[in-house]
Ligand binder design. Structure first.
Ligand code: ADP
Ligand code: ADP
Length: 233
């Protein structure tokens, strides 16, 4: 089943007299349960494409169908609703709230989903358990290692059961040992059927993914199945 379908999407930025075609024509299909890495040099359009896939932005031309819904022409308000339901974001810088416990950080998206306090706690604990951190529920981010912080961020991203886990340089702030810990977690999430889309400029991190898409100058340069994905353990 297709989760992501882009057809000939482009994105043009106009700044005064300057016109930048950050994406020129990108047609991509990603199925439910795939584990995909986007690579490409700086300026190749990775962030622009991730912003569109993550419903933070819409294409200038072309269609984007996310989980069966055409989101190409949605308003910002409609996009926000789709985003909360369909996308779990993980960032290089974790983006956890420093004064809140792991549990409260993970439960936060559920506040917007309108769940009761009891339901929020139960779901957030389960999400923490799924990343192996149920024993860190009451720790604040500064009481956790970098790898643990990123695992809390992954738990928060997944607490609403989104269609896609969208990870932007998820190991960018982690040393190599801790990066393996996160890649191991992604392997487990993939095995459970999660759809993972990650952007990385690190070749060895991209090789954990089962499909590697390379962008160059706003176009897909190559799109290949990785015959032999790296295993973290
Ligand atoms: P990458 O993530 O691969 O580094 P980006 O998608 O950030 O690539 O950028 C692609 C091109 O679009 C670059 O030339 C960049 O300068 C330009 N660009 C990105 N975002 C904006 C923006 N908000 N306004 C104007 N130009 C932008
Ligand atoms: P891991 O081996 O899981 O990456 P570390 O060796 O970095 O973890 O940390 C060991 C333990 O010490 C962790 O379980 C964490 O709770 C705690 N810890 C790590 N960094 C800090 C910190 N900056 N402040 C407080 N506690 C920390």
């Amino acid at each position: 089943m297709k989760i992501i379908e882009t057809t000939d999407i482009s994105r043009r930025y106009v700044m005064g007299a300057e016109i930048i075609d950050a994406l020129k024509s990108v047609t991509l299909h990603i199925n439910k349960g795939e584990y995909v890495a986007f690579m490409g040099p700086s300026g190749s359009g990775k962030s622009t494409l991730m912003n569109i896939i993550g419903c933070l932005d819409t294409p200038s031309t072309g269609r984007y169908i996310l989980n069966g819904k055409d989101v190409s022409d949605m308003s910002d308000g409609e996009l926000a609703g789709i985003r909360n339901k369909e996308i779990g974001f993980v960032f290089q810088t974790f983006n956890l709230l420093p004064r809140m416990s792991s549990l409260d950080n993970v439960a936060l998206p559920l506040v917007y989903a309108g769940l009761s306090k009891g339901e929020r706690t139960e779901k957030a604990m389960l999400a923490l358990k799924n990343v192996g951190l149920e024993n860190r529920a009451h720790h604040k981010p500064n009481e956790l290692s970098g790898g643990q912080r990123q695992r809390v961020a992954v738990a928060r991203a997944l607490v609403n059961d989104p269609s896609i886990l969208l990870a932007d340089e998820p190991t960018g702030n982690l040393d190599s040992k801790t990066s393996y810990e996160i890649m191991d977690l992604f392997d487990q999430l993939y095995a459970k059927g999660n759809t993972i889309v990650m952007v990385t400029h690190e070749e060895d991190i991209a090789h954990y993914a089962h499909r590697i898409i390379r962008l160059r100058d706003g176009l897909v340069e190559s799109d290949t199945i990785n015959p032999n994905p790296t295993k973290a353990y």
